[in-house]
Structures are given as C-alpha cells and as structure tokens.
Design a protein around this ligand. Structure first.
Ligand SMILES: [Zn+2]
Length: 258
C-alpha cells in the first residue's frame, strides 16, 4: 500500500536565487515499498489516485491555481528542452527532459530516481529551468541545452545559479565498460568524472554536469553539486537502483518568485 499524503510533502530546499525550488522527500512508512511515499510521476506504474493526491498537495504548497499549472514532461532520457508557459498547462510534453520558463504563474518539475535533477535560475532575467540529467542526458550535455534556451529568453550564463538535487553518488554509481567509455569520450579533459579504485568503473555525474555548466559560462561559485545520494538515502528519496524502475520518483520543482 502507498501512503496518501494528507498534508504538504516534506522537502529538501535547493539554492536557486530568484526561485522557490526544492526536491520532495518520500515521507514513507515502508522504505522497501516501491511506491511508498510522495510521488507525482504518472508513467512508472503508480496508482492514478495516489499521483493525483500528491500533485494537488504540491500545487497547494506552491500556491498554484491548479495542479495542471505544475508542468511536468514525459521524460525519455533525451537532451530535448522545451520552453513553456501557462498555455502549456495540462498539455502533454513528450520526449522532453528539461523545461525552461519565464512565467511565474506556473511551476516546472522533473521526476528522478538516481538521475540528477538540476534547477537553474537567472534572478536578473527572471528565467528558470529544470533538467533531468541521467547518464545519457549528461553525456549529451542536456544542461548546456537548457542554458542555451534560457539565454534565448534573456538569461546570461554569468548570472545563472545551478543547484543539483538528490541523486546517485559516485560511490554507488557503478557502470559498465561501455558507459564508462562514453563518459571518457564526452569528458576527456575533466578530472573526477570516471572514479577509480573499484572493481568496475564508477562515474561522478555531478562532476560531469559541473564541467558542462562551466563550459557554458556558469560560474563555479554558482554551481551546487548534489549533497544527498538517493541510493544511500533510499528511505528519504526514491532510488531505481534500490527499488527497480517500477517505483515512485522524487519531484524536483521550481517556480519563479514574484
Ligand atoms: Zn550513494
């Protein structure tokens, strides 16, 4: 059984000046229950009533007019970014893994369970983004695509703050040789992306994303790498490596401050 929220979710705030931004905690009764806890993801097998109740709760918490004003893409590990506003509320957004908006009447979010959620914010320009960066998206530099689309709305890389949310740590993220090779090719000059000292290769996704953002002109002092591991702390955050792909998801959401 999944626990249905009766009040606001507990959250981990993210440091993104100009935006209200956070990742949700499971708040679950049974950490081994794959859907136990707060989740709004409607394409990983969770019960529709549970998802609807969670969407209502987080929309209330964000002060949105309706749950449809929380805009969430159907993520498929692409590097595709969509610019959205209130006209996209309730519309399906397929094969999109990052959203950008300058519209304070909506909130934008991504769902993750070990992949890296990123919130980007340019307070001066009033432009925000949320990004789902798993290993494929990280190799394809989806974070750079998001920065590029933000600049098309007037953002400046030197003003962008980037905060990465709960996601798998390098200690937990063992990969196959093929995946390690993709990272070595994509980030040949970046130290710390491939982590040695284990029987099999390990990858530090946060280090690769930080390098990508710095290439775009985001300042090192404005980049916050993940501070919590979803797999180490699977009682707090959903982890596909612990629970399987058919499980709930951590929501990372952002809304422009008005
Ligand atoms: Zn870990």
């Amino acid at each position: 059984m999944t626990s249905t929220p009766t009040s606001s979710p507990t959250v981990e705030p993210l440091r993104a000046a100009g935006a209200v931004a956070f990742s949700t905690l499971r708040g679950c009764a049974d950490p081994s229950g794959p859907y136990d806890g707060f989740s709004v993801c409607d394409y990983t097998g969770d019960a529709p009533a549970h998802i609807a109740a969670c969407r209502d709760a987080v929309a209330d918490m964000l002060g949105l007019d309706s749950a449809e004003s929380l805009i969430l893409p159907r993520q498929t590990h692409t590097a595709n970014v969509a610019i959205v506003d209130s006209s996209d509320a309730g519309r399906p957004l397929t094969d999109i893994d990052a959203l950008v908006t300058a519209d304070a009447s909506v909130a934008i979010g991504v769902n993750t369970a070990d992949c890296v959620p990123i919130v980007l914010s340019d307070k001066e320009a009033g432009v925000i983004a949320v990004v789902h960066s798993g290993w494929r998206g990280t190799v394809a530099r989806i974070a750079a695509n998001a920065v590029d689309r933000m600049t098309s709305l007037g953002a400046a890389p030197e003003n962008i703050v980037a905060a990465m949310g709960p996601s798998i740590c390098a200690d937990c993220f063992e990969v196959g040789e093929e995946v390690a090779r993709e990272f070595a090719q994509a980030f040949p000059d970046v130290d710390g992306v491939i982590v040695g000292g284990y029987a099999k290769p390990h990858v530090n996704l946060g280090a690769a994303i930080e390098a990508t953002l710095r290439e775009c002109g985001v300042k090192a002092c404005n980049i916050y790498v993940p501070s919590r591991c979803s797999r180490c702390e699977c009682h707090r955050f959903f982890s596909a490596r612990r629970l399987g792909a058919h499980s709930g998801r951590t929501l990372t959401v952002a809304r422009l401050q008005r």
